[in-house]
Design a protein around this ligand. Sequence first.
Ligand code: GDD
Ligand code: MG
Length: 325
Amino acid sequence: KVVNVVLSGGVGSRLWPLSRKSRPKQYLPIFEGQSLFEKTVVRNSEVCNQVMVVGGVDNYKLSREILKNTGTSDYIELVEAAPRNTAAAIAFAALSLPEDAIMLVTPSDHLIGDQEIYNDSLTQAVNMAKNGFLVTFGLIPSKPETGFGYIEHDGNNVLGFREKPELEQAQAYLDQGNFLWNSGMFCFAAGTYLSELGKYEPEVLKASKLAVENADNGFLPLDLSMKIPSISVDYAVMERSDKIKVVPSSFSWSDMGSFEALFDYYPVGSKERIGENLVLGSDKHVEFVGVEDIVLVETKDAILVLNRSNAQDVKKVYERLEKEN
Ligand code: GDD
Ligand code: MG
């Protein structure tokens, strides 16, 4: 059995005001009428035969609705009382499955193309996962992006994993040539993950186990959850384990994390593009004079005007508003 463990934790603060706590970005139906969450579930259903969603109390109903609409009958929900980061989120899933279940862990906010190539990468990963490895998917980097993990490799063998390097370091990796971007998707047997997590972050494993044992129908308890150290799977396990393998992959992939990525997604000629600018969410007539690289976003109660090169800074706006409210 191959289980698609879908992580649906983040709010997508860099896509404010499109994404809100009540409607995180992965549920926005802005990709030809589909959401990234829906696309994720459908894409993975070709290789996986069960879905397990690990998400928060604020969004499990949104996930459930989409799973119903896509006709996904075999699914399990795990609902976090509070986000405890990805090492724990994946542990919750692994602890709820048989040891030999193969997990394909995927974020729910990526856009991926080339289904045939994708399926082929997954099949290779599943085979390695059955042999006790923690498998990552590596993509050829196109710029020294500091928001990703980097995998130094020789074929399927991983020589090193480095999460979110500084810009200079990222550039050195690109120059060196044998580094791939970590896609943020992983494939392993539940038991392999738990034993590696126990080796490197025993506290995360112990506290996650206690939380899962006291869950009520998939709903994790808040008090026990708050005792779990917050660390990402990349820092907790991937940077440290010697059981990592990589499937060098060539499917098209983008992390739809910011308006810059959306800018690139909508081609010139699409109705969202007005000259060298992008308009999202507005049903008004919009004109731009003498400006380019502008993103204009309108929702019922907010307007954002942004220069695309400042796309990462939207997170700061979100955080300030969170504090004020
Ligand atoms: N359920 C749950 N609970 N999901 C979570 C939590 C949590 O506490 N925290 C994060 N997630 C989900 C996010 O919603 C996202 O789908 C996924 O886990 C990864 O978290 P991000 O916060 O988006 O990670 P990242 O983008 O900084 O880095 C990861 O992805 C990159 C590729 O996009 C790393 O794996 C990098 O190495 C990788 O390059
Ligand atoms: Mg991400």
